[in-house]
Design a protein around this ligand. Structure first.
Ligand SMILES: Nc1ncnc2c1ncn2[C@@H]1O[C@H](COP(=O)(O)OP(=O)(O)OP(=O)(O)O)[C@@H](O)[C@H]1O
Length: 280
């Protein structure tokens, strides 16, 4: 269970979001702050962040624009360095985790190279880490199939829809078989129907691969639909206001959105966001 300033209560039922008490710590963040210096004054992007994420959990960061969601994800990925505090990813520091390719990162936009076809795009991280051609080919087959793109190996990104491109970028992140998937609003630009579909696909992949997912979103419904834990953040300075453990089953269906438990959790998140005028 993630732990922030306000620890949440564990539930007994194994139908609930918590997987097991034996889960190891995947991410541990202790008193972390990050200040971006700028000529107009320092920007306190993150302030006093304390958070533990257990392996196999699906944790969403939610909060208004500018509250530091992307910065926190980038710090975990060692794409930004904290000003103070400590961060461990699978027991090592963030730089080692990056160098050992412990995580896959999915950006807001698919970020596929237009001159490479889909399988060549997926191959790139494996080429960089000097994996054999045979292994590359097996991984590409496996994960393009998993995201439903088994017939699109030779297509170029511009020949695919936005949703298909994002699926290809998820396959690319999965090809290195990382234990940890970091996803920055991966479905933010998609229409609602494609987004529903992608949410269900992601839940299926997460449950099949048992990975830990850290997911940035602006959408309360998306956070409720996907997450085992929801980290509610607020801006100026960016900080964690509350960590909510979902009482819903780990594997959810779209139909769950019509159920009172879904609305109750969405309402809890909405109240946490409204608290202290966290919503701009
Ligand atoms: N490289 C940077 N240099 C200076 N300030 C930055 C930099 N990156 C982010 N910031 C600032 O840090 C704060 C947090 O930004 P961040 O992008 O993490 O927020 P966010 O919650 O992800 O926002 P959004 O939902 O709009 O994507 C903002 O005030 C932003 O302007």
């Amino acid at each position: 269970m993630p732990v922030a300033q306000q620890p949440t209560t564990l539930s007994n039922s194994d139908q609930l979001a918590t997987k097991s008490k034996s889960q190891r710590e995947m991410i541990n963040i202790d008193n972390l702050s990050l200040i971006f210096p700028s000529k107009d004054g320092d920007v306190h992007a993150l302030s006093d962040i304390n958070l533990t994420i257990k392996s196999g959990d699906f944790v969403s960061f939610i909060g208004p624009s500018g509250c530091g969601k992307t910065t926190l994800l980038r710090v975990i990925a060692d794409l930004e360095r904290p000003t103070s505090g400590t961060l461990k990813v699978n027991g090592t520091d963030a730089e080692d985790a990056r160098l050992n390719r412990l995580y896959g990162y999915v950006f807001q936009a698919p970020a596929l190279l237009p001159w490479r076809n889909i399988e060549q795009n997926c191959a790139l991280p494996m080429e960089i880490s000097k994996q054999s051609k045979e292994h590359q080919s097996n991984q590409i087959d496996k994960y393009l199939k998993m995201v439903g793109l088994q017939d699109f190996h030779k297509k170029f990104p511009w020949q695919l829809s936005g949703g298909m491109q994002q699926r290809a970028s998820i396959a690319r992140a999965l090809c290195l078989n990382p234990d940890l998937l970091l996803m920055d609003e991966p479905f933010g630009a998609l229409d609602e129907i494609t987004r529903d579909h992608m949410n269900m696909e992601l839940l299926r992949i997460w449950s099949e691969t048992q990975k830990t997912v850290v997911f940035v979103t602006h959408s309360i419904d998306e956070a409720v639909l996907l997450s085992t834990h929801i980290v509610v953040m607020s801006p100026r300075p960016g900080r964690i206001m509350k960590v909510i453990e979902s009482p819903l089953p780990r594997l959810k269906t779209l139909a769950l959105r019509d159920q009172p438990e879904f609305h109750a959790l969405a309402s809890e998140i909405r109240s946490a966001l409204a608290h202290e005028h966290a919503i701009d």
